[in-house]
Ligand binder design. Sequence first.
Ligand SMILES: NC(=O)c1ccc[n+]([C@@H]2O[C@H](COP(=O)([O-])OP(=O)(O)OC[C@H]3O[C@@H](n4cnc5c(N)ncnc54)[C@H](O)[C@@H]3O)[C@@H](O)[C@H]2O)c1
Length: 227
Amino acid sequence: MKNKILVVGGAGYIGSHMAKMLACDKQDVVILDNLSTDFRHLAKYGELIVGDLNDTHCLENLFSTHAFNGIIHFAANSLVGESMTNPAKYYRNNVSGTLNLLDVMLRHNVKNLIFSSTAATFGEPEYTPIDEKHPQNPINTYGTSKLMVEKILQDYVTAYGLNSVCLRYFNACGADPEGELGECHDPETHLIPLILQAASGKRKAITVFGRDYPTEDGTCIRDYIHR
Ligand SMILES: NC(=O)c1ccc[n+]([C@@H]2O[C@H](COP(=O)([O-])OP(=O)(O)OC[C@H]3O[C@@H](n4cnc5c(N)ncnc54)[C@H](O)[C@@H]3O)[C@@H](O)[C@H]2O)c1
């Protein structure tokens, strides 16, 4: 069966891979992205609508002209440091933007949503490996903004019959094996691209912080999720 899927944030790293996967699976893909990260070239699978989640008029137009079966929502600001110095930006974009999307979805009776949450909702691990039952105590505004959306979704499921799934990714890594898409952030804050930039001479060095973790050499361990 062919579904019409809206990929919000489909010009981003993970969203562009998802759009390609859906298009290759012969699904009908529409991408909504405000191109705030400036990677239009990543939105090569599906129809690109340039627009912002906070623009209700744009969302209304989009949902009035397309009958979506479901939404996969990747759009967010996700720089942890910036989220602490400019929390308003994170609550407005990540929380308020998602509320706008939910309002329009419900008005148009679209009830299926996959939401990109984050492992940052867990905060400092109380035990490892972290599982889904691990307490969620985010230690930065980015994680809090995602946890707020998770809570909103729980209430919307109960009250409005929304079907939603929250995916709490750890650090995503990897690239499209055909070499068309890959990880691209500017500024780059993710470890694997930073290591590759250092190895290829694009940056002088990479610093790994911390020497007193309970590991063999005292350096930290992070979890990654590969495509
Ligand atoms: N990359 C990771 O390691 C990782 C880990 C955990 C969770 N996540 C989450 O997964 C999602 C995707 O991550 P990514 O690395 O692909 O991010 P990304 O920054 O590459 O992509 C996000 C996309 O959303 C768009 N966008 C942002 N705000 C928007 C708005 N208001 N309206 C329309 N478009 C908007 C941006 O222009 C960008 O193209 C994010 O929600 C992020 O929080 C990512």
